[in-house]
Design a protein around this ligand. Structure first.
Ligand code: URA
Length: 245
């Protein structure tokens, strides 16, 4: 949420609002590397890099790490202009300004993280980190070995080939099959388009794992807080590696 810088600085315990204004006027406050002197400037403490004399400030809000099992039919956004149900409707009661990390299609189910930790969100979504995500896809028909190999080695999508994926055939049920796919990218409708490209359109899609995080017992439409251990596992290797709780 965009808030006036003076307010962010005072809430973080850096200075009174008046003193915060003085710090800004003296050119000692930066937002994402840019010195900010204008008093009305707004920033988002959960997302922006806000520094006083080069030291990053943290918002006073507790960090929240929410694991939601998203049912189909909910849009992954904080607000939908078309007023469809959103994932935020499922985490009512969370007071902090959390937002979804990445996106699941409206018709996709499964695990979705929401947080107010901007560092974690950007690490998890940055392609450089290549966090693995695992999906179970119920597809039309039963893919043969060649189709599975094409999924594994890469499919041309948007002019570039998808990265190698782990793909296994979990079960065959007459005219359908269930595939387990683990990918390291988050292209738009990637799993659906990959399966479509090998002639096996997806009938239902569910995300079952994000990096090291899985939870088979979390019921659709419900959420829980990540444990400190899970958060540590997720953040392992992120640049700042700062302690979490
Ligand atoms: N791949 C898709 O096709 N859809 C999703 O929601 C996630 C991955």
């Amino acid at each position: 949420m965009q808030v006036r810088l003076q307010k962010i600085l005072s809430q973080a315990g850096i200075a009174s609002r008046r003193a915060a204004e003085a710090l800004m006027a003296e050119g000692r406050v930066t937002v994402n590397g840019r010195t900010v002197r204008e008093m009305g400037t707004r920033a988002d403490p959960a997302v922006d890099d806000i520094r006083v004399d080069g030291t990053r400030i943290r918002s006073a809000e507790p960090r929240r790490y929410i694991l939601l099992n998203k049912p189909a039919g909910y849009v992954t956004t904080r607000s939908d202009p078309q007023r469809r149900p959103t994932v935020m409707d499922l985490v009512r009661g969370v007071r902090e300004y959390v937002y979804p990390v990445g996106r699941l299609d409206c018709d996709t189910e499964g695990l979705l993280l929401l947080t107010n930790d901007g560092d974690l969100a950007s690490t998890l979504t940055h392609p450089r980190h290549g966090i693995e995500r695992t999906y179970e896809a119920r597809v039309a028909g039963v893919p043969d070995g060649a189709a599975l190999d094409r999924l594994r080695t890469g499919i041309p999508l948007d002019a570039t080939r998808t990265l190698p994926a782990k793909v296994t055939l979990l079960e065959k049920t007459g005219r359908e099959a269930v595939l387990v796919l683990t990918i390291r990218e988050g292209r738009n409708r990637q799993v659906r388009r990959m399966c479509e490209a090998v002639g096996h359109p997806v009938r239902a899609l569910r995300r079952t794992k994000i990096g090291p995080i899985a939870d088979r017992r979390l019921k659709p439409g419900t959420w829980r807080e990540l444990t400190a251990k899970e958060v540590a596992a997720l953040t392992k290797g992120r640049p700042e590696g700062r302690p979490l709780h």
